[in-house]
Structures are given as C-alpha cells and as structure tokens.
Write a protein that binds this ligand. Structure first.
Ligand code: IMP
Length: 192
C-alpha cells in the first residue's frame, strides 16, 4: 500500500510539483483531500515556528504523517524584515503590490540591498519532527522588473543572475529557489 502523506496546503501548483518529485511510492494529499477547511493558525514569530505549528495542527487533528512550509524574504539592511511577516508586510490584505512598495520605500537611499528568501519545512513522520531549510540569496533592485511569479519576485534578483525572479520565469526559478532547495532536501529524506 502507498504511504499517505499530507502537505498542509491547498496550493495545487506546489502540491503537483512535490508529488512529481516524490514519485509513486507516496500518495500526497492536500488539506482539501483530508476534509480540512479550517484556517490553520500561523501565529508564531519565526518561519520555523509557523511551519511546526501548521504541521502539528494536522498531525494532532487528523493523525496523518504530514509536512508544512513557511517562507519569508529577509532583508539585511532591515534586520531580517519583512521575514515571517512577508505576506502581510503592508497590512492584512496580503497585497503583493503594496508589500513591494513598502519595501522599496523602506530601502530608499539604502546602499546595502542584500536579501534572501528562506523556506522552512517541518515534516512529522511517525510522530517525529524533522526540519529542512532552503535559502536563495540575492538583492532587492530599485524598481519592479518582469511579470512572472508572485509576491516579491519582480524586485528580487538572485545571486549570479542579472534578471529578477519575475523576469527569469518559473522554469529557472524552480531550479534555484529557496522552496526548491528545501523541497529537494525533504524529498531526499523521504526517499531514503
Ligand atoms: P508562504 O509561506 O509560501 O505563503 O509565503 C509567505 C509570503 O512570502 C508570500 O505571501 C510572499 O509574499 C512571499 N514569498 C514566498 N515565496 C516567495 C517567492 O518565491 N517569491 C516571491 N515572494 C515569495
């Protein structure tokens, strides 16, 4: 019988991507697949804390092996902000446009543009917790460029490239991104 594993997300794109890496031995289930419509709390003040909180919620309420992820953009000159608050940097509306404007505003006149995206994944397998991390370093440019992707992609240029994530597009981004690196580590572990 296939091993069932819940990914605490309803993002079909993320789910499909990971299912294809994991292969046929694991049946990957979404929150919808297990009938979870709850707004899972994400109230920790670190990425790791949120990933753990979400994975534990599913494990405690539904008993499945599961994993959850949390991602933030950490800007060096802003002491790691927006970090865990990346989705709601400019307010609760989760508005990417407003978030980018606020970040560009806060970096006006600032020379040090270094930043990194960081993804933390918490896996709960047979009752044990495992953490995986993926980092993509780069810099925040002065104005938006490109239209692919989501979130802060138009203003983030990864190290070694001259174009933003939004210009590079998903094919390149998915090979070098923070999430890709964290997922790769998770998949390696699960395939062991
Ligand atoms: P989540 O934990 O994947 O939901 O990410 C939280 C927030 O971080 C998102 O709402 C985006 O604002 C930002 N973010 C996460 N991943 C990316 C990315 O790959 N590109 C741009 N922004 C991202």
């Amino acid at each position: 019988m296939k091993k069932k594993l819940v990914f605490a997300t309803n993002n079909a794109h993320k789910l499909e991507e990971i299912a294809s890496i994991l292969g046929e031995k694991i049946e990957l289930l979404s929150l919808k697949d297990i009938g979870c419509t709850a707004d899972i709390p994400e109230t920790a003040d670190t990425l790791q804390g949120n990933a753990i909180q979400k994975a534990e919620y599913i494990h405690n309420h539904y008993g499945f092996d599961c994993f959850a992820d949390d991602t933030g953009l950490e800007v060096e000159a802003l002491d790691g902000a927006p970090g865990v608050f990346s989705a709601r940097y400019a307010g609760d509306g989760h508005n990417s446009e407003a978030n980018m404007q606020k970040l560009l505003q806060n970096l006006q006149g600032v020379e040090n543009r270094k930043a990194q995206f960081r993804t933390v994944i918490c896996l709960i397998l047979d009752g044990k917790q495992h953490l995986f991390e993926g980092i993509c370093k780069g810099e925040i440019i002065k104005e938006k460029r490109g239209s692919a992707g989501f979130g802060y992609d138009p203003i983030f240029v990864p190290e070694g490239y001259n174009e933003s994530f939004a210009q590079l597009g998903n094919a390149v981004k998915n090979k070098i991104s923070h999430r890709a690196k964290a997922v790769e580590m998770l998949c390696k572990y699960l395939k062991k």
